[in-house]
Design a protein around this ligand. Structure first.
Ligand code: AHG
Ligand code: MN
Ligand code: MN
Length: 337
């Protein structure tokens, strides 16, 4: 069966037409992101050949080793975003503060009305092992009137997102995005350099048979979480157990598999890291917007991710995300002390 030959740009424009007051700026911005990620994809796929493997020798705000590809992806995205003319501020995992985009880049456009958060390269500890990694982005409308964006523009609740998506650099390069009207996936055809529509209106199964969590942290989990995961591994066929364990260690890879097949991804808080490891603004929120649009659920264990009011750019949150019934069940166990 021949799939519809719909490029990402065609799809974005068709989506834009469904919003009568659309100016085309968001469409333009999404296309700029896709272009930047095509460039990143090229480098990811030949990192070993051009000495982009390994570390830069510097640490980021999280005290993590910055890989050369982390830095390359960050620089590529910032360069592409600055000249887009649609942004007044850029926030990135690899930059301690947000980057206000000043007038010189705003061009003649009336107002650079968006801000963007991104994780330029997620799963970067897996780069040298040739395991799938990805870029995650989240877009909001600015709240300030004009000029360079402000921190307040960047610290908005996830429910304010106007678009979110991720690009996964794996056996093929796939871009998945939503603007609030469903979730759509595109596969990069490198021969023509176009993202072609591959999955329209993705829906995540309500119940799954797969769970993703780093069990190395088991002893640090709460009693309720230990009980839940022990139950998932039990031989209780009537309750559909045991589940399969799948954990890549790249959030984008684990999330993408669970989105398509069904599954529950968990990165909980524990006695050592009460808020877990994942960041609200450029990991949890964009994936929460996507999963809810696909009929799934995303919570911190006690609160809907999209309703968390951010206090700082790099704040962390525990994350339970995926098939709705599995997330609801996990929340019940987490309430048990
Ligand atoms: P990043 O590479 O952007 O820092 O993200 C890494 C994250 C995420 O991709 C993954 O789910 C998680 O780290 C894995 O953490 P553990 O190795 O602690 O399981
Ligand atoms: Mn990440
Ligand atoms: Mn990252």
């Amino acid at each position: 069966m021949l799939r519809k030959f719909v490029t990402l740009y065609r799809h974005i424009i068709d989506e834009e037409r469904k919003y009568p007051d659309a100016t085309g700026e968001l469409s333009d911005l999404l296309a700029d992101i896709a272009l930047a990620c095509k460039v990143i994809s090229l480098e990811v796929n030949r990192a070993g050949l051009i000495d982009l493997m390994g570390v830069t020798g510097t640490e980021n705000v999280h005290g993590e080793q910055v890989k050369k590809l982390d830095e390359y992806a960050h620089d590529t995205l910032v360069r592409a975003m600055e000249v887009s003319g649609h942004l007044c501020a850029i926030a990135s995992e690899e930059s301690e503060d947000y980057i206000p985009v000043n007038e010189k880049f705003m061009g003649e456009r009336p107002l650079s009305k968006y801000i963007i958060h991104f994780d330029p390269l997620d799963g970067s500890s897996n780069i040298d092992a040739n395991i799938s990694i990805g870029t995650i982005f989240s877009i909001y409308k600015r709240k300030s009137e004009s000029g360079p964006g402000t921190l307040e523009d960047c610290l908005q609740q996830g429910t304010n997102q106007v678009a979110a998506g991720y690009i996964i650099y794996g056996s093929s390069t796939i871009m998945v995005y939503t603007t609030g009207r469903g979730v759509h996936g595109f596969t990069l055809d490198p021969t023509v350099g176009e993202f072609l529509l591959f999955y329209e209106n993705i829906k995540i199964p309500k119940r799954s048979k797969t769970y993703s969590i780093n069990e190395g942290n088991y002893t640090k989990w709460s009693e309720g979480l230990r009980k839940y995961v022990d139950d998932l591994k039990s031989d209780n066929k009537a309750a559909g157990r045991p589940y399969s364990a799948r954990y890549v260690g790249s959030l984008v890879a684990d999330f993408h598999r669970n989105l398509l097949y069904g599954g529950l991804f968990m990165y909980p808080g524990d006695t050592k890291n009460p808020n877990g490891k994942l960041r609200l603004l450029y990991e949890a929120n964009p994936l929460a917007f996507i999963v809810e649009q696909a009929g799934g659920r995303a919570s911190s264990g006690s609160q809907r991710i999209l309703e968390i009011v951010p206090l700082n750019l790099h704040q962390k949150t525990p994350l339970f995300i995926g098939s709705e019934e599995d997330v609801v069940e996990a929340e019940k166990y987490l309430k048990m002390k």
